[in-house]
Design a protein around this ligand. Structure first.
Ligand code: AR6
Length: 171
């Protein structure tokens, strides 16, 4: 079945979906931006699950482009899927790593049986990825994905991000 892609302007922690994706860092121990918002609102259960994942699997850090799921604590969703975007680089093409964040998150969502997933614009904040290019990679990757997820929602924080995704989705 084809995946329906929609855009929402707002905060990812307000979404009612099966899983929300966190733009995390390799440590899985939290940070600013989306990561900060998810841990703040989801409460300590998420951090506890991340610590256990570090102890069991990711002591050296979750690699860039990979994704892993935890429970969602007090968030109104079933799972948080943590992925680590690449830092933007002007000298090195890291697009494949950014695309991998979306495809790996959908693969994890399929394993969980999640039917609806909300994504932020991974890497376009602290990690500096230009919004238009980040939006193109996000949309192209999800459109090309072989996934059972029926509903993918991109949750864009501000007007500029929403406009970038909207332009590309209409085109
Ligand atoms: N809901 C939706 N989008 C948001 C929210 C929110 N609550 N808050 C910010 N954004 P960022 P990154 C947008 O920085 O670039 C963290 O410290 C934001 O405007 O959250 O992948 C991690 O721990 C931007 O467009 O993630 C890492 O160290 C997009 O979400 C690092 O930042 C992503 O911005 C990851 O950087």
């Amino acid at each position: 079945m084809a995946t329906k892609i929609s855009l929402v302007q707002g905060d990812i922690t307000d979404q009612h979906v099966d899983a929300i994706v966190n733009a995390a860092n390799s440590s899985l121990l939290g940070g600013g931006g989306v990561d900060g918002a998810i841990h703040r609102r989801g409460g300590p259960e998420i951090l506890e699950a991340c610590r256990k994942l570090r102890a069991s699997h990711y002591g050296w850090g979750l690699p860039v482009g990979k994704a892993v799921a935890t429970p969602a604590g007090r968030l109104g969703v079933r799972w948080v899927i943590h992925t680590v975007g690449p830092l933007w680089s002007a000298s090195e093409d890291r697009s494949a790593q950014l695309a991998s964040c979306y495809s790996e998150s959908l693969r994890v969502a399929d394993e969980l049986g999640a039917e609806s997933v909300a994504f932020p614009a991974v890497s376009t904040g602290v990690y500096g990825w230009p919004m238009d290019d980040g939006a193109r990679i996000a949309l192209e990757t999800v459109q090309a994905a072989d996934t059972a997820v029926a509903d993918v929602r991109f949750v864009l924080f501000d007007d500029t991000a929403y406009a970038a995704f909207d332009r590309l989705l209409q085109a």
